[in-house]
Design a protein around this ligand. Structure first.
Ligand SMILES: *Cc1c(COP(=O)(O)O)cnc(C)c1O
Length: 501
């Protein structure tokens, strides 16, 4: 509902019944909110209320104030969608007004929208997946490994311009194996972007290594080259240069690899590229995920393409990928009996899921276009809105806009965080899923005490992005109707925040 539509639902107690009936017809929402001049909610009026008044012979020229008193049902602006639904069920009604802490009506929730949740990023299947899966069944290749796995590896490696790939059970498994392949051992140091999902950093713990977190830069939201350089200088002085640097490409956008690559080279440290969120993106014409010694993708259910769960490692070194496949299948030695000399894992992707992946990979470019379109529609809708700043896409970057992200303006970080939380609530109470930007790893209790290098000393960029940032519904299968719903809710929110829109 837009601010204009909501304003039309709000009527004064002096309005007469005839005018109220006409307004109910014109607004077609099934309910009006009777409010005082200061916006305080007095009651709701429905068709039923007006019909009962007619039967009781109340003249149509009488003001709404003359209807039998009825305490308004409402929910506070802090309440979640579930509270609104519970109230509707209890009172057999289809609408609930939302009031602020002063009792003013600020919003209306309808039962219909609560039954049609808008997801932030839901799986989007194409037409070919079921054929590949059916083939796996027909040929009895249901086991892990099989022809789809081999084909999926080749097709994905070709797609991103890398020599070799190894399909595994998750992006997290791929990162874990990546660290092991780069020689990470207990007690080693590993650098990692701080602004990321915890799956980037958990594998450092699996290896018994020590994480050091690197801040983001404002231009890409990804690893700050200057923070990285300071951290490497520090590590060299401390005689604990990292075994590798995990560079994360956030929300479908590559980090600034032309800056990061040479810094890592200078210190002789390889890059493990976490491209779980950036499959389909490019940087200066080259596929995101193809810049590190090893690149990692994820096919989890919420990613741009999915196998329901899965991951892939890519690399130009055939031996390294052969070793990845070995470690992923319990590190079995080439002997007819089961011979083992080192610890392995059960990390391989199944042939059925690889079939889904092959179908999904075919539609990756369309999925990227669809997500970019969603982002462009958000940005266009709020082009003149000073309260929203959209995640930048610097020259040379082609982001997938896996998630459409923006930050909320405010006098200081506290004000920005409070505004971000109000936006999340305003969406959530209408059953629209949105989230804060990832909470940086250096702020997580799990990694308390880990060294952290800010973009510039005193400027904690990833923290600011977390406090002020939101991820909005972004799916490649988000319908125009659902996107309009989100845009209207945001317009209502921004109007209440006093921004122009
Ligand atoms: C999703 C994700 C992962 C982990 O992938 P899974 O397949 O879910 O294990 C790793 N890093 C980042 C940045 C991610 O978003």
């Amino acid at each position: 509902m837009t601010p204009v539509q909501f304003a039309a639902l709000c009527v004064p107690p002096a309005m007469n019944l005839r005018e109220a009936l006409a307004r109910l017809d014109a607004t077609a929402c099934g309910v009006l909110l009777v409010v005082q001049a200061d916006g305080t909610l007095v009651r709701t009026v429905t068709d039923g209320d007006l019909r009962r008044a007619a039967l009781a012979q109340v003249p149509v020229s009488a003001p709404l104030a003359q209807l039998p008193a009825q305490a308004p049902l409402s929910i506070p602006d802090q309440a979640p969608a579930a509270a609104a639904l519970a109230l509707m069920d209890k009172h057999l009604i289809d609408h609930v007004p939302v009031i602020d802490s002063s009792g003013r009506a600020i919003d209306l929730i309808t039962r219909r929208e609560l039954g049609q949740r808008v997801w932030m990023s839901s799986p989007h299947l194409g037409e070919e997946e079921s054929a590949f899966v059916a083939e796996a069944f027909r040929t009895n290749w249901i086991a892990p490994l099989g022809p789809h796995v081999d084909a999926f590896e080749k097709e994905l490696a070709a797609h991103v311009g890398m020599g070799h790939a190894a399909a595994v059970s998750s992006g997290t498994a791929a990162l874990h194996l990546g660290l092991l392949l780069l020689g990470v051992k207990p007690g080693d140091t590993v650098f990692c972007s701080s602004l990321t999902f915890v799956a980037s950093a958990n594998p450092i713990n699996y290896c018994g290594a020590w994480p050091v977190f690197i801040d983001s830069e404002p231009q890409t939201w990804n690893m700050s080259p200057q923070a990285l350089e300071r951290a490497l200088e520090w590590a060299r002085r401390e005689n604990r240069l990292p075994r590798c640097v995990i560079v994360v490409n956030l929300y479908g956008q590559s980090a600034d690899m032309d800056a990061i690559g040479p810094i890592c080279e200078k210190y002789g440290v390889p890059v493990l590229e976490d491209a779980a969120e950036s499959l389909g993106a490019s940087y200066k014409g080259r596929a995101s995920g193809s810049f590190g010694r090893i690149g990692v993708y994820s096919f989890n259910g919420n990613k741009i393409i999915t196998t329901s769960g899965g991951g892939m490692m890519v690399c130009d070194d055939a031996d390294l990928m052969a070793r990845a496949r070995k470690l992923a299948t319990q590190a079995r030695e080439p002997a007819p009996h089961y011979e083992h000399v080192e610890t392995g894992f059960n990390y391989r992707m199944s042939n059925v899921l690889a079939g889904i992946g092959r179908g999904q990979l075919k539609v990756l470019p369309q999925r990227v276009q669809a997500r970019r379109r969603v982002f462009d529609l958000y940005r266009a809708a709020f082009a003149d809105q000073p309260l929203l700043q959209w995640m930048p896409e610097p020259d040379g970057h082609y982001a997938t806009r896996w998630l459409s992200c923006c930050t909320l303006a405010g006098e200081n970080l506290d004000a920005q965080r409070a505004r971000r939380d109000r936006l999340l609530l305003a969406l959530e109470r209408h059953a629209v899923e949105a989230r804060p930007v990832w909470k940086p790893m250096h702020l997580q209790p799990l990694f308390a005490g880990a060294p952290y290098f800010e973009h510039t000393p005193g400027q904690d960029c990833s923290r600011a992005l977390f406090e002020a940032g939101v991820c909005l519904p972004s799916g490649s299968n988000l319908s125009d109707a659902d996107l309009d719903r989100v845009l209207d809710l945001m317009r209502g929110f921004l109007a209440r925040e006093g921004g122009a829109c």
